[in-house]
Ligand binder design. Structure first.
Ligand SMILES: *[C@@H]1O[C@H](CO)[C@@H](O)[C@H](O)[C@H]1NC(C)=O
Ligand SMILES: *[C@@H]1O[C@H](CO)[C@@H](O)[C@H](O)[C@H]1NC(C)=O
Ligand SMILES: *[C@@H]1O[C@H](CO)[C@@H](O)[C@H](O)[C@H]1NC(C)=O
Length: 304
């Protein structure tokens, strides 16, 4: 072997780790590039995907009315208030909503009412158990002819909740008689419409349990309102946009489909050719690799 090619191969051995570093650096840079578009794929710790969006123009217009990101909190609005989205499960199309004034085992307080708009794309899932707490004994829910409270397994849920220390928050002693508690049985409204009107029901608070887990310990019950959303809005155009690294949104007075790319540009099709993608891949990375490759070839050419 002549000394020239040997020197060349040794240099290559030294260069390889450097090349790797250059690529890693540009890869990291790709992830930290600030988004110029108004849409984000996360809100706080919650991944936000279609049909949801983080702001106006993001996601599906029908959902943008109900869900938006405000100061890193994903909010769900209905006619009765603004609630916090605590989780979204995309494969099952369900979200869990937390009402800050709803009672839980650890903290009970006077609550407001809760309603779902009849025309909204959200419906209650069957896993919610709604419990009315601190009701007046003259409350219409205790009307024996109406049969509104579940007096079977429901009484166990009531005694569980009344054993919580938090019950003092609604002016009851711990382990108070459960005669002021009702596991509300008949609340599935027609369609998606649903409303829990506490003043009308003469109850001071409510809670919703969507998972019991270890049934015996009410501290371990999962409190929140589980909702199913209509997942039939995902279109091939949106899929194409997502594949290209964009986020689906809408624009214009007609709220027509728009693909929002990471560089802030929004198109009617997809983001191919618009620089950054959401996965952290960054087109200039390929350019860096290419230019190093060209440089090496040129160097080899000079050596031989
Ligand atoms: C996107 O959301 C994350 C987490 O909420 C936040 O840190 C980041 O600043 C947001 N980016 C933009 C452009 O709003
Ligand atoms: C899309 O582009 C239009 C015009 O440039 C802009 O007004 C709008 O805010 C953009 N939408 C989003 C979601 O970035
Ligand atoms: C879901 O939305 C589609 C499209 O708007 C509609 O046709 C369908 O009836 C909705 N499904 C439910 C269960 O509301």
């Amino acid at each position: 072997m002549s000394p020239l090619p040997a020197a060349f191969f040794i240099s290559i051995l030294f260069l390889l780790p450097q090349l790797h570093k250059v690529c890693a650096a540009s890869h990291a840079a790709g992830r930290n590039i600030p988004t110029r578009g108004t849409c984000n794929n996360t809100c706080g710790t919650i991944p936000v995907m279609f049909p949801f969006g983080t702001g106006f123009g993001c996601g599906h217009p029908y959902f943008a009315r109900y869900v938006k990101c405000n100061a890193d909190t994903l909010q769900f609005s209905t006619g009765t208030g603004i609630y916090t989205v605590s989780s979204i499960d995309y494969p099952t199309s369900t979200i869990v909503v937390a009402d800050p004034f709803m009672s839980t085992c650890s903290s009970m307080q006077n609550s407001g009412s809760f309603s779902l708009d009849r025309t909204s794309p959200f419906t209650l899932t069957g896993s919610n158990i709604f419990v009315l707490l601190g009701c007046s004994t003259t409350s219409p829910v205790f009307d024996p002819s109406e049969d509104l409270c579940d007096t079977g397994s429901g009484s166990r849920v009531c005694s569980g909740l009344y054993s919580c220390k938090g019950v003092t928050g609604i002016g009851l002693p711990q382990n108070a008689p459960t005669s002021t508690c009702c596991v509300y049985d008949s609340l599935m409204g027609i369609g998606s419409g649903y409303s829990l009107d506490l003043p009308k029901l003469q109850c001071s608070s409510y809670t919703s349990i969507y998972e019991f887990g270890d049934e015996g310990d009410p501290m371990k019950w999962k409190f929140g309102i589980s909702l199913k959303y209509n997942d039939s809005y995902y279109t091939p155009a949106c899929k194409d946009c997502e594949t290209s690294g964009g986020l689906c949104g809408f624009s214009g007075l007609d709220e027509s489909f728009s693909c929002i790319c990471r560089d802030g540009v929004n198109t009617t099709t997809n983001c191919f050719g618009h620089g950054y993608t959401w996965s952290g891949a960054w087109e200039p990375k390929i350019q860096t690799k290419t230019s190093i490759g060209v440089f090496l070839l040129w160097w080899i050419y000079l050596l031989v």
